[in-house]
Each structure stands twice: as structure tokens, then as C-alpha cells.
Design a protein around this ligand. Structure first.
Ligand code: PLP
Length: 400
């Protein structure tokens, strides 16, 4: 009988969203007429903006005409028009990235989950705790050792490197899911210095960069120039432009980024990743890449900015509520997430039940994201202003 990959036995049971779903269903069954406000799952709620829909329709029409039909894309790494648009976006944010350092993906999750393939199984992977679960799960599936850097109350849920600990691969996410914290340029520089000192590579997840409004918070790790020697950046249009169901993202790999061969020579990171992708990935559909291109057009930028501003208006209502109640939190400023300490010293699940049963608001217990999430809770701003205001009124009643 064929044997399973035994590393899968090391995975933590992923019961979080299943358990949340079960508790909500039970509550609805006994209160069928009540209005539950969902602020748990990190999916967007607003539709694609008009300029994106138009671009996708036009591209779909092109696919139906012999002269403009597109089959496999030659490289599978993304059409030039989109790589150039992404490069232009970086330039506008003050960072020079050449189009041939940009690879188009079907979203950040795939590249986050797969990039570990090109690292040796002896790689020591550093993950900040709490974290988006893919970093740990994909490392464990690949048989790699995972160590943690604590994000907690003492550092504003923005873990910093410990010079006495060695890592080969480092996962950073800023603005962070779940904590909403965002690194300053100085903090990122510390991580870059640590990575260079350790001959390590940072995988930087910037899926929420579009929510940054503070000019002191970089939108890219490449705002630190030395990061070109030690970092890959994975980004997504999911939250930027409502592409969670459309699927498109991009990964930046600087030309000078290297890994080591078993005999100690340098080998291009880009070359290895393209080899991996060439075998296992056939690219993103033409209509979706045209839709993504439209996100970076002036109209696309204006239209998506409005949507993000509407989510951030919700975040502001939430932050003001927590301020007025004196509840400690991170996020809500450069992030659609608010991460807060459960009131009255409650545990995350205990608080989940209280919020569901007494305020009919659903959130996410922090312990689902790592041990430092114990006693903490995540709410998202992906909702309507009306629902957010109502949820916060219920919150106030519960905790005043
Ligand atoms: N990275 C982070 C931090 C996320 O929160 C998410 C989705 O919620 C992703 C990556 C995956 O995004 P995508 O939809 O592009 O796969």
C-alpha cells in the first residue's frame, strides 16, 4: 500500500472556521428570525468595480474571435501588459521593480503555499505568531522545522527579530492578518539586516498593502533597498480590488536574489521558481489578467480606492467604539482588521459565544492563528457601514 506524506500528521487540526460555522448554525436554528452580523471571515463584500468588469467582458469577447483568441500563455508567468502595469504601480509608490521581476499568479495563497518547494527540507522557517495559517501549514507539509517570533501586547503585535536565533526562511506579513499591525520602514530594515546576517530569505506577504494610508508605513519591503538581496514579495488583488472570486495576484523576485546549491554555489531564486512553476502552473486566464490590468489604470485606481475607503470608514467606526470602551486593540488604521483583547479576561472562544449569544455578532477567535492569539479576537471591516454601526451599537450595550 502506498504511504502518505507523514508530515501531514504534524499539521494542527484546522477546526477554526468549521467550529465557527457549527456554532452559528446552532444559534440560527434556535433563533431563526434574528439578524446576525458577520464580521468574522476575511472575504470582501463589495463587487468588482465597473472598469474591471468592462475589461473582463472585452477580453471575453476577444477570446471568442479567431484573431484575438488566446490559448496557453507562452511563459505562464503573466502577460507583459500586466507585468508592466504592476511595475508602474510600484514606481508610483517609489519602488523600482522591473516587469521581468514580476510573476503573475492566481492569488497570494498559491504562491505562499508553494514557494517553500524550492527550499531544502532542512530549512528552518521563522513565522510570527499569530499568523495567517498557510505559512506554518505549508512549511509543515514540506517537512520543515518551524520556529516562532512572538507578536504580542508587548510589541504591539509586530514581532521583531531575535539576533540569538537563526532562521533560513522568514515569513512576514504587513499589514498583518490577523493583528492589523503594520511595520514601519525602520522595523522592516531590522528584519532585512537580520535576514542578511543569517543568509536567510524573507517571504513578505503584502496582501493588504492597499489599505495603508499612513505615509510612514511602506507598501513594499523593497522600500528598504537592501531587501533586494534577501526578499520575495507576494501580493494579491483579492482585498485590493475584490478579486477573491476572480483570482489574481503577483510575486516579485529581484534578479539578484540567490539560494545556495548543495555544493555552496549561488543559484538564481527566479530560475528555480520558474522551473517549479513551469512544471506545475499554467498561468492565469487572459480575461482575468486584462481585468487585473484595469485595476492599475487611473480609473481602476480611483474606483478601487473608493471601495477601500468605504471599508476603512467601517474600520474607523470600530476603532472609535473600542477607544470609547477602553478596549485594547491593534489594526483598524492601515488594515481592515481590528485585533483586540477579549474584555473581562475572557478566552477567545468564551468571548465568541458571548458575542454571538448576547450581541448576535460573529468574529474570529484569535487562538485559531497561533498561541499568542489566546484571549484575543479579530473583527473585519468587510461589511456595510450600516451593519458595522449596528454591530458596534450592540457591542457598546454589551460592554458599557
Ligand atoms: N495572505 C494573507 C495575509 C491573507 O489574509 C490572504 C487571504 O485572506 C491571502 C494571503 C490569500 O489571498 P488570495 O485570495 O490572493 O489567495
Amino acid at each position: 500500500m502506498a504511504k502518505m506524506n507523514a508530515s501531514f500528521l504534524e499539521l494542527k487540526k484546522s477546526y477554526l472556521f468549521i467550529e465557527i460555522g457549527k456554532r452559528i448554525r446552532e444559534y440560527i436554528a434556535s433563533h431563526p428570525d434574528n439578524k446576525i452580523i458577520r464580521m468574522g471571515i476575511g472575504d470582501v463584500t463589495q463587487p468588482l468595480v465597473p472598469v474591471v468588469v468592462e475589461a473582463m467582458k472585452k477580453a471575453a469577447d476577444e477570446m471568442g474571435v479567431k484573431e484575438t483568441f488566446h490559448g496557453y500563455e507562452d511563459s505562464g508567468m503573466g502577460y507583459d501588459f500586466l507585468r508592466e502595469a504592476v511595475s508602474g504601480y510600484y514606481k508610483k509608490n517609489g519602488v523600482e521593480i522591473s516587469p521581468d521581476e514580476i510573476l503573475i499568479s492566481d492569488g497570494a495563497k498559491s504562491d505562499c503555499g508553494n514557494i517553500g518547494d524550492i527550499f531544502d527540507s532542512s530549512t528552518v522557517v521563522l513565522v510570527t505568531d499569530p499568523a495567517y495559517p498557510v505559512y506554518v501549514d505549508s512549511s509543515v507539509m514540506g517537512g520543515k522545522k518551524v520556529i516562532y517570533a512572538n507578536s504580542d501586547e508587548s510589541n504591539g503585535f509586530a514581532a521583531m527579530p531575535d539576533k540569538n536565533v537563526h532562521a533560513d526562511m522568514i515569513w512576514l506579513c504587513s499589514p498583518n492578518n490577523p493583528t492589523g499591525s503594520a511595520y514601519t520602514k525602520e522595523q522592516l530594515k531590522e528584519w532585512v539586516d537580520y535576514a542578511i546576517e543569517n543568509d536567510a530569505i524573507i517571504i513578505y506577504d503584502s496582501a493588504y498593502e492597499a489599505f495603508i494610508s499612513d505615509p510612514d508605513i511602506p507598501r513594499s519591503i523593497f522600500a528598504v533597498p537592501e531587501a533586494r538581496r534577501c526578499a520575495v514579495e507576494i501580493c494579491s488583488l483579492s482585498k485590493t480590488a475584490g478579486f477573491t472570486g476572480t483570482r489574481c495576484g503577483y510575486t516579485v523576485i529581484p534578479k539578484e536574489l540567490m539560494l545556495k546549491t548543495p555544493t555552496g554555489e549561488d543559484i538564481s531564486f527566479m530560475q528555480l521558481w520558474c522551473r517549479r512553476q513551469g512544471s506545475k502552473f499554467n498561468g492565469v486566464s487572459y480575461p482575468v489578467q486584462r481585468a487585473a490590468e484595469a485595476v492599475f489604470s487611473p480609473e481602476g485606481q480611483a474606483q478601487t480606492k473608493k471601495v477601500i475607503e468605504s471599508y476603512m470608514a467601517n474600520a474607523k467606526v470600530m476603532a472609535e467604539t473600542f477607544d470609547s470602551l477602553g478596549i485594547k486593540y491593534t489594526g483598524g488604521k492601515n488594515s481592515p482588521y481590528i485585533w483586540f483583547k477579549c474584555p473581562f479576561g475572557m478566552g477567545s472562544w468564551e468571548f465568541f459565544d458571548k458575542l454571538l449569544n448576547e450581541a448576535e455578532v460573529v468574529g474570529t477567535p484569535g487562538e485559531g492563528f497561533g498561541k499568542n492569539g489566546d484571549g484575543w479576537f479579530r473583527l473585519t471591516a468587510f461589511n456595510t457601514l450600516e451593519n458595522t454601526k449596528e454591530a458596534m451599537e450592540r457591542f457598546k450595550k454589551l460592554f458599557k
